[in-house]
Design a protein around this ligand. Structure first.
Ligand code: F6R
Length: 243
């Protein structure tokens, strides 16, 4: 486990983007697994900038970690829309290499199985993660057994409250999501987890220094052979990391 602390998130993001660029250029047909939310948005902006300066994504496949249940792909807060707005519309990735679970289907179980088949066909070279204030990764929420495969999850109160910042009201936040399970994440060749701001301190502290436990899903990363936590000073200081 590597921990890299940067003065601010801007520099941290530049570091992460350089690693993504390296993987995109070094691998023949790289698969990137992508997160949404506030944390990676600046990373996508940086990668779009790299693209403008010549980095091509034509050989890249992307899989996404998760999607809300009940939001059509065109909904402003769907993760389909997020990815389009922040990343895909600006780069030269081929549409048929983009995979995101669909939370707007009648048969969610079938969708989980369909997504697992896609993940089996596209082992992940580089996994980008954020972390929830409750320690979730993807939408693998605390408190239930670690689940290996794609599944439907009831979002925790904490996650719903935290994600309300993206919606008009708390009531508008979907109560369920479809998420990649922990197996494809743990089988990724390399993982970057980014966490910025002191509100993530407790989650980062428990993920790094606590036991591996289902109450902190991110703690499972302790047993991955190639994971880097990319932090800003705010989170590192607040969780009193000895660096
Ligand atoms: C989203 C995802 C989540 C977020 C986490 C942090 O695709 O997988 O685990 O990474 O909730 O979200 P932000 O970055 O908005 O604080």
């Amino acid at each position: 486990m590597k921990i890299r602390v940067f003065t601010d998130s801007r520099i941290a993001v530049a570091y992460a983007a350089a690693i993504v660029e390296h993987v995109v250029e070094a691998e023949h047909h790289p698969t990137l697994s992508l997160a949404t939310g506030e944390t990676p948005s600046a990373l996508y902006a940086q990668l779009v900038e790299f693209h403008r300066r010549g980095l091509s994504f034509t050989d890249v496949t992307t899989v996404n970690l998760d999607e809300y249940v009940g939001l059509p792909k065109t909904h402003a807060q769907s993760y389909h829309q997020y990815m389009q707005e922040h990343f895909f519309q600006w780069i030269d990735i081929s549409k048929d290499r983009i995979f995101i679970p669909n939370g707007y289907v009648n048969n969610l179980q079938n969708e989980c199985e369909r997504y697992d088949r896609i993940l089996q066909q596209h082992p992940i070279d580089l996994q980008i993660l954020g972390i929830g204030i409750n320690g979730h990764i993807g939408f693998n929420e605390p408190g239930t057994a670690f689940k290996p495969t794609t599944h439907i999850v009831g979002l925790s109160e904490e996650t719903i409250r935290s994600n309300a910042r993206f919606f008009n009201s708390l009531n508008d936040v979907p109560k369920q999501a479809i998420t990649m399970g922990l197996q494809p994440i743990m089988q990724s060749k390399q993982i970057l987890l980014m966490a910025f701001g002191e509100q993530k301190a407790q989650a980062v502290h428990l993920a790094l220094e606590g036991d591996v436990q289902t109450h902190v899903p991110a703690s499972i990363l302790q047993i991955h052979p190639n994971v880097t936590f990319i932090l800003d000073e705010a989170v590192a200081k607040a969780c009193k990391l000895n660096l």
